[in-house]
Design a binder for this molecule. Structure first.
Ligand SMILES: N[C@@H](CCC(=O)N[C@@H](CS)C(=O)NCC(=O)O)C(=O)O
Length: 217
């Protein structure tokens, strides 16, 4: 099989999920970064949605991060899903559940006023409360076995830690299950190495460039 090629945008959490999985499975891959504000023609010709991630596999194109993850997991055993079909389906549902939280993070970065930001936070808090209640196993989502659910939430925990560090906004405060889960996840090598070195600087630039309330608070 030809070497895999992942098309990425440096701060995209969905691409980050693919990167973590590739690293967990020790799969060799090339990565190409594009600027989503000026996507190159070759990318638009390749990507049916105009979104990243895109994975090129032997000249064929895969898109949608969840589909890419399922494919990579399937062709590179052992699977990072539980074996039991019901448990696996539940895990997939929780992976899906985390996705809107990435949109919330993006909206928060782009919120021009404190009121708008607070609206986004209130919505995110409801989802975080739900997650806090269902995260009953430790240390990982399924207990002892690191799984795809842990990967799906890792980019979110990285962004929440970023908000706490730079803007003193702690969305995990009072949520001890999620805090312990985040600590465990953010210490894992594949996750530490899943972003570019200037990841935080790029996010800070985006926040300032958007004149977000975060930058002026
Ligand atoms: N459902 C998609 C979402 C991917 C997505 O929203 N990617 C963003 C960057 S983080 C993107 O490419 N946006 C460009 C656009 O919407 O035109 C997935 O999971 O792959």
């Amino acid at each position: 099989m030809a070497k895999l090629k992942l098309i990425s945008f440096k701060i995209c959490p969905f691409v980050q999920r693919s990167v973590i999985l590739l690293k967990e499975k020790e799969i060799d891959f090339d990565i190409a970064y594009i600027d989503l504000s000026e996507p190159p023609e070759w990318f638009l010709a390749l990507s049916p949605t105009g979104k990243v991630p895109v994975l090129e596999v032997s000249g064929k194109v895969l898109f949608e991060s969840a589909i890419i993850s399922e494919y990579l997991d399937e062709v590179n055993p052992p699977s990072l899903h539980p074996a039991d079909p019901l448990e696996k389906a539940q895990n997939r549902a929780w992976m899906e559940f985390t996705s809107p939280l990435y949109m919330a993070f993006f909206k928060l970065m782009m919120s021009k006023t404190k009121e708008a930001g607070e609206g986004v936070i209130a919505e995110a808090n409801k989802q975080l409360d739900t997650l806090e209640k269902i995260k009953i196993n430790a240390p990982w989502f399924n207990g002892d076995d690191f799984s795809m659910v842990d990967i799906s939430i890792a980019p979110l925990f990285m962004r929440l830690a970023f908000l706490k560090k730079h803007f003193k906004l702690d969305l995990l405060e009072g949520r001890s299950n999620l805090q312990a889960w985040s600590d465990k996840i953010l210490a894992r090598e594949s996750i530490i190495n899943s972003v570019v070195d200037d990841f935080e600087d790029i996010l800070l630039m985006r926040i300032r460039g958007a004149e977000s309330f975060l930058a002026i608070a």
